[in-house]
Ligand binder design. Structure first.
Ligand code: HEC
Ligand code: HEC
Length: 245
């Protein structure tokens, strides 16, 4: 037993150390503007604060008006390692390395990255934790200590509002794009950290969570021919739950 333990420590420790150095290398590259053709943009330009979002909508590297049909809103990378959805707003890129390569070559107009560069960037991005969510359990459910409106909001979200048919805990996203009548099939985005990631939807068309919730409920109600109604107070409870994510 003791020998097994020693062996485990010997094998696991160097592995953990090299994984950490890959993450460190990725962090340096993430902040390195020489990845872009112009030398002006690093990943951190648009994903500041350790991979979060700058809350802007882009065509390539140009900021455009929120809601521009060609624009894409910058997603947060917090919690990227624990998501279920595939990558990009189209939600159809299985490997994060493929997605990052596309960003370097097409968006940043940089030269072809090496496999080592892509591996390091992928390791760093996947290491980024979600923001603090003191009212959530590890499974993404409200704790007993959560405020009453958060608990009511979760009951609606997972019940008559139908949200949990697509936004599945603990990351509150889903594998496979869905067409919710927003202009085509798009990724079901993670709702973790969502109070800090506006503007919302692929093109940044909604400034507030209230608008996004109203749109989603109208879609769900119509699609399922639901006779349920949702009061403004109930919508506010759903927003309170999402602010706890
Ligand atoms: C000019 C701003 C900008 C820069 C620079 C940038 N990104 Fe992004 N990033 C975006 C936008 C906008 C999207 C959404 C694009 C889409 O999906 O169509 C995105 C999407 C992503 C995604 C997919 C996230 C998801 O949830 O599907 C990852 C991963 C990512 N970026 C990592 C990086 C890395 C790594 C770099 C540096 C090599 C980088 N980004 C540089 C704006 C930027
Ligand atoms: C059929 C699947 C489906 C259902 C049901 C659903 N959603 Fe969504 N949700 C999506 C998709 C797909 C998007 C992205 C749409 C886009 O970008 O154009 C989205 C986007 C969102 C966003 C914006 C997130 C962001 O980062 O931009 C919020 C907030 C949201 N949903 C909340 C809800 C709530 C609340 C409900 C229940 C009333 C709900 N959703 C029901 C699929 C679904």
């Amino acid at each position: 037993m003791k020998r097994l333990l020693t062996l485990t420590v010997l094998i696991a420790f160097p592995l953990a150390a090299s994984a950490q150095s890959l993450v460190d290398k990725g962090r340096a590259l993430f902040n390195d503007a020489s990845l872009s053709g112009s030398g002006q943009y690093s990943c951190a330009t648009c994903h500041p604060m350790n991979g979060h979002t700058d809350n802007k909508t882009y065509v390539v590297v140009e900021v455009v008006a929120d809601g521009d049909p060609k624009g894409r809103s910058t997603p947060t990378l917090w919690g990227a390692g624990s998501r279920q959805a595939e990558w990009s707003w189209a939600g159809n890129i299985p490997a994060i390395e493929t997605n990052i390569r596309g960003i370097i070559v097409n968006r940043m107009k940089g030269s072809e990255p090496s496999k080592e560069t892509l591996d390091a960037l992928a390791a760093y991005v996947k290491s980024l934790p979600n923001g603090p969510a003191p009212f959530l359990t590890a499974d993404g459910m409200p704790k007993d200590t959560a405020p009453a409106d958060v608990k009511r909001g979760f009951a609606l979200f997972s019940g008559k509002a139908g949200c949990m048919t697509c936004h599945l805990p603990a990351s509150y996203d889903k594998k496979g794009p869905e067409d919710v009548g927003s202009g085509g099939p798009f990724k079901v985005p993670s709702l973790r950290n969502v109070s800090k990631t506006g503007p919302y939807f692929h093109d940044g068309r909604f400034k507030t969570l209230d608008e996004a919730v109203a749109f989603m409920w109208d879609f769900y109600k119509k699609k399922n021919d639901s006779k349920d109604t949702m009061s403004d107070a109930e919508k506010r409870d759903i927003v309170a739950f999402m602010r706890a994510l």
